[in-house]
Ligand binder design. Sequence first.
Ligand SMILES: Nc1ncnc2c1ncn2[C@@H]1O[C@H](COP(=O)(O)OP(=O)(O)OP(=O)(O)O)[C@@H](O)[C@H]1O
Length: 464
Amino acid sequence: MIPFQYIVEKKQWFTPADRVLIAVSGGVDSVVLLDMMCQLPSELRPIIGIAHVNHQLRDVSDVEEQFVQALAASYDVPCYCYQWAEGAELQTGIEYEAREIRYQFFEQVMMDQQFNILLTAHHQDDQAETVLMKLIRGGLLEEKTGIPQQRTFGPGKIIRPLLDYTKVELRHYATEHKLAYSEDASNASDQFMRNRLRHDVLPQLQAENPQAVNHLSEFAQELTELMAAYQPYLEQLMAEVIKVKEELLTVDIPLLLSHSRAVQKLILKEGLKILFQQDGQFNKRYIEETLDWLQTSAGNSRLDWQGDWQCIRTYDVLEIQRQDQPAVFKSTDEVVISAINQWYPLSPTETFGLFKGGIDRSELPENALVMSIPKAAIKLPLRLRHRQPGDRMTYKGGQGTKKLKDIFINQKVPQAERDRAWIVAEQTGQIVWTIGYKQCRLSNDAITDTMNYILVYQRDYIQE
Ligand SMILES: Nc1ncnc2c1ncn2[C@@H]1O[C@H](COP(=O)(O)OP(=O)(O)OP(=O)(O)O)[C@@H](O)[C@H]1O
């Protein structure tokens, strides 16, 4: 076991002038931390205080509080206790609430008593459990760094000096130094995921390799270091490629695409993290989806994410913003339809949706134009765009393909209407529908056939 004094000297977390508050629950970890801190030689030892929260959740809570107070007296350090009266009445969410209350109290004591550092007794097993939980729950890679050894907190910072020790080492220390401590009852129950990992999963992993806990915490440490190493590089790239202003993310597309796919993903992810700060988590799938679309789209086009956000490409510039931003409701030249059963706005007055067959016609908007086509005949995504020179399509009742221009001429469509008409192309580029004018040969009338896709276009003429 590495001597605590050695770690303190190396990390230089505090000086004798610092005022350090130690969170002591009375369990073995925090009792050991308190002892280690009090045993430091005077040239390393800061001014120490203890904070304890009596959650009143168990019969022994009061006994524990008395125990912590007696412990403080034995080391001759001040002890600040808080009795949480409401704890006894709470039925659900106790863990979360109790934790919130604890940290609020710690912060209050730090401010009132001029402490600048808070210590908690999290150790290597806590770290391994945290990493495992985060890996199991999913999320962003950078969230898998586990418990940070230090971060800002209240009027100063919080430090976890025991992250280098395993629970076994701490128990060993307690036995060796004849330290008394109490057992935490909530840890004995398998009610929470953390406890299940602690009691079932981690022991099995350790049976495979006794160093498993150590390796999980090493993983968190190395990931933290790796991220710290690439952070300045990433920040520089971000400054060149991306701008985030309030709820608008602007991207320089050629610059973004000039980097490797891995770097493109990092840049976009960082940008989205800033953009979504207030809006909770974004879906990681957006990153891949957006990059794929940027590779294949050109000119003016738009991609709608499921949810409230959309990407608008205007040649070399990508803007990501909320769908209800008025500025985006201009008619763009291309909209990619990748999701089923969802409406996509095409302009302020037009919407388009791709639905599964079998729908009831009465569920469709009254004035909608509808086309039905066998699912097997088209590949998604669909692209909605306006006409381009050389466009041809097959059509119902016709032979081979026909120039779109001739279709318009035959139907005497005015020039302005030709420019504004929407053309639906499937993934291979084949035109399946010139909306309002012609459907491709494979289309049929069977809306109720579940083997079909139903394409629906709606235009609100009244608002125009
Ligand atoms: N009732 C308490 N009074 C004072 N300190 C406590 C108390 N409970 C926990 N602590 C401190 O917090 C540390 C971690 O305890 P535990 O893992 O139970 O809590 P946590 O704060 O919920 O952890 P996390 O931050 O990982 O959610 C303990 O080692 C101790 O330093």
